[in-house]
Write a protein that binds this ligand. Structure first.
Ligand SMILES: [Zn+2]
Length: 454
């Protein structure tokens, strides 16, 4: 796999997204490009699959696929591959070569991710052999990495290769200004479809001078994420803020159910069916926007304000797997609606930007079931309020957890980390060496380059 682009010292890679307002002609062209990328992706994958099969049958190994070798093969064969079945016309000239290259790259990258996952050299969930893409199931997209990519000075237009100048739905001020001042350079542009909209993600290397520092460099806060409240922020002894859950999905569920019922009664492919489908798409887009906006505003404020932010190391994805209990589906929906992992993901890149430090507590640290007053650990189930059996003080679940997390940062805290809470009793503090704890929490270095859709 080709190494990822590393920006020079003092620069970070960031993506700015803008909704576009293409003309009808441009929309049709973009749709064709989406299909062309799929074509190149599927063709490349088929070649790789055939090579593998050939190897399994004969034992003759071929050169391992790389982006460059596969693009060469594509260019040699595109006259044969890109032929209109009805008219026999060769159509690849109508599409930017970048779009095909992007498809070829996507397939080879996916192949290597599968190989690396099999070898165990990448973290995360097991990756399977890439699947063929299908219209309607594919996340329509393509990228440009070379050619004319320009944000026009009027801040309302984006110029791209072949497609020409496209009007943006939003003002591009956020990034156009930096480019004009020579503080940012465009690396690539990805066009994708989100719901009914076409979105451009402009990837830039931007010189981000370390801003004057966070507002309260000595402030240490713990952030507990949850469903009741999206987040609770606390210092080592009191709660200082909370983020209400906007219940983005829940508030639209009734309307969504009604529309989906309506759609089910209509004839597939009819005008009314399409209208209802568009409404459903719009509702889902609203859910995503509300959720994203709420979390972005919150994480930016946190990263700009406090010197040290401590978050739970919990595995949000595994929470979504719980089954069996009555109401488990509704609970999973609530968890998904709260996007628990997203706050931490955003803090991971925003904290280094603004000069604060993010600490992720050990995932087995019982932040909820440890009493912050006396350090007693007990099982508290799903209850919101509970009373400590050790010192009989009563706690609100999220408040208590946030305080415990804030204390995680300073090592002489109440509630030493124990594996699996009650199963193994608290070891004497001296036995839990400072080094082990430092090892489990991972402060994020200041030079990490990250991409994001800020
Ligand atoms: Zn207690």
């Amino acid at each position: 796999m080709p190494p990822r682009y590393c920006p020079p010292e003092g620069q970070i890679v960031q993506a700015f997204t803008f909704a576009l307002d293409p003309t009808d002609e441009q929309s049709a062209q973009i749709a064709r490009f989406f299909g062309a990328r799929r074509k190149a992706f599927n063709w490349t994958l088929e070649q790789i699959r055939c090579d593998l099969e050939h190897y399994r049958e004969t034992g003759e190994s071929t050169t391992p696929p790389s982006f460059y070798s596969m693009r060469k093969r594509w260019n040699a064969q595109k006259d044969r591959v890109c032929v209109n079945a009805d008219t026999g016309a060769v159509w690849w000239r109508e599409v930017s070569k970048e779009v095909f290259a992007d498809g070829v790259r996507g397939a080879t990258d996916a192949y290597w991710r599968w190989q690396q996952s099999r070898a165990g050299t990448i973290k995360g969930r097991k990756v399977g052999f890439p699947r063929f893409k299908k219209r309607g199931k594919d996340r329509d997209r393509f990228s440009f990495t070379t050619g004319v990519m320009r944000l026009e000075p009027d801040r309302r237009h984006l110029t791209l290769p072949v497609l020409g100048t496209i009007r943006t739905h939003e003002n591009t001020r956020r990034i156009e200004r930096l480019i004009a001042l020579n503080r940012a350079r465009i690396l690539g542009v990805t066009l994708s479809r989100q719901g009914a909209r076409i979105i451009a993600a402009v990837r830039v290397a931007v010189a981000r001078p370390q801003q004057s520092g966070v507002a309260q460099p000595d402030s240490v806060v713990g952030v507990d994420v949850g469903v009741r409240r999206l987040a609770t922020v606390a210092t080592t002894n009191e709660v200082i803020g909370e983020l209400a859950n906007p219940h983005a999905l829940e508030h639209r569920l009734k309307e969504l159910r009604r529309r989906q019922r309506q759609q089910s009664r209509r004839t597939r492919g009819s005008r009314q069916y399409r209208e209802t489908a568009a409404t459903i798409t719009r509702l889902h887009a609203q859910v995503a926007h509300v959720r994203r906006h709420t979390i972005h505003v919150f994480t930016t404020t946190l990263a700009k304000t406090h010197g040290v932010v401590v978050v739970e190391g919990l595995d949000a994805a595994s929470l979504l797997c719980q089954k069996g209990l009555p109401g488990a589906r509704a609970r999973r929906r609530g968890l998904a609606d709260a996007a628990l992992g997203e706050i931490r993901r955003q803090l991971r890149y925003k904290c280094p930007w603004y000069g604060s430090t993010l600490i992720e507590a050990d995932r087995f640290f019982p932040s909820s079931k440890t009493c912050h007053a006396c350090g007693h650990v007990q099982d508290i189930g799903w209850f919101e309020h509970w009373t400590c059996e050790g010192c009989s003080s009563s706690h609100q679940r999220d408040d208590n957890a946030a305080i415990n997390l804030a204390r995680w940062a300073s090592l002489g805290s109440v509630g030493a980390p124990v594996k699996r809470g009650a199963e193994r009793q608290t070891e004497p503090r001296s036995a839990v060496g400072d080094d082990t704890r430092k090892g489990s929490s991972t402060p994020v270095g200041p030079n990490n380059s990250v991409r994001s859709a800020a």
